[in-house]
Design a protein around this ligand. Structure first.
Ligand code: B12
Length: 208
């Protein structure tokens, strides 16, 4: 772990974060290593502090800003494949939920793996996913970070129950394989790498 990046994100230093990440990239450290070993742990740390009432929403927000400033640097490196897309997929955070960092990382990884990704943003209702499917999305990736928005995933699955062409893959901090099985999702991923495999598997695409 790069302690300086971890600290910069945890304390919400949106100026220092990209500089430190650029230094690591220049030193030849792989973008996915910086992401998984320093950046994501910082967000997890902030969540733990919030759960213990040691920080509040404003601190989570400024940490998220610093994280996003860093992700802007990482994205072009991760998403650069230059190949024909494997499939078109869409991704969105479900209705009522505004958390988008995990969704953005999954979108980046999917792009990096060769998928064409329609990013629908946050607070997406079933109609929004339907529009993406009408525009050719073969898989829908649903993200939820709140136990209160988790049940909306089931509503999206119900909405598409008559369509056996489209695959629905779910994820986000409170989501488990057991929950995915319970609501009959076509796949689950606990992190962005697992997300790519889950999407590929659901569409019958072999990953190298
Ligand atoms: C940053 C943050 C915020 C920011 C979000 C900013 C943003 N642009 O996203 C702000 C300040 C806005 C926020 C607001 C709130 N938050 Co908040 N937040 C967080 C925090 C600290 C980090 C989330 C994050 O970015 N994690 C890092 C990413 C990389 O991880 P991830 O999202 O889990 O994604 C990974 C995997 O889950 C997976 N994945 C994600 N999506 C998908 C999708 C698919 C298809 C797949 C396969 C995989 C996958 O891959 C990702 C990459 O590895 C979490 C703590 C935590 N431990 O999660 C709390 C947390 C989620 N928030 C929480 C709460 C309570 C709230 C608020 C209700 C607070 C309030 N009182 O207002 C509001 C709700 C606002 C709303 N309506 O959405 C609670 C939820 C508790 C619960 N049981 O529901 C948490 C867990 C904090 C806590 N410990 O209590 N929050």
């Amino acid at each position: 772990m790069n302690q300086a990046i971890f600290e910069a994100i945890s304390t919400g230093d949106a100026k220092q974060t990209p500089k430190l990440i650029q230094q690591d990239l220049d030193a030849g450290i792989a973008a996915n290593i910086i992401l998984t070993e320093s950046m994501i742990p910082a967000m997890r740390h902030i969540g733990d502090l919030f759960a213990r009432n040691e920080v509040y929403v404003p601190q989570m927000l400024i940490a998220a800003r610093a994280m996003n400033a860093g992700l802007a640097l990482i994205e072009p490196v991760l998403a650069d494949t230059g190949h024909q897309p494997l499939a078109r997929v869409c991704i969105g955070t479900v209705k009522g939920d505004l958390h988008d960092i995990g969704k953005n990382i999954v979108a980046m990884m999917l792009k990096g793996a060769g998928f064409e990704v329609m990013d629908l943003g946050t607070d997406c209702d079933a109609a929004t996913f339907q529009e993406a499917v009408d525009e050719g999305a073969q898989a829908i990736c649903l993200s939820a970070l709140l136990t209160t928005t988790l049940p909306y995933m089931k509503q999206v699955i119900n909405h598409f129950s008559g369509n056996n062409q489209v695959r629905i893959i779910i994820g986000g901090a409170p989501v488990t394989q057991a929950y995915a099985d319970e609501i009959q999702a076509d796949g689950f991923g606990g992190n962005a790498v697992e997300a790519v495999y889950a999407v590929a598997r659901s569409l019958g695409i072999a990953m190298r």
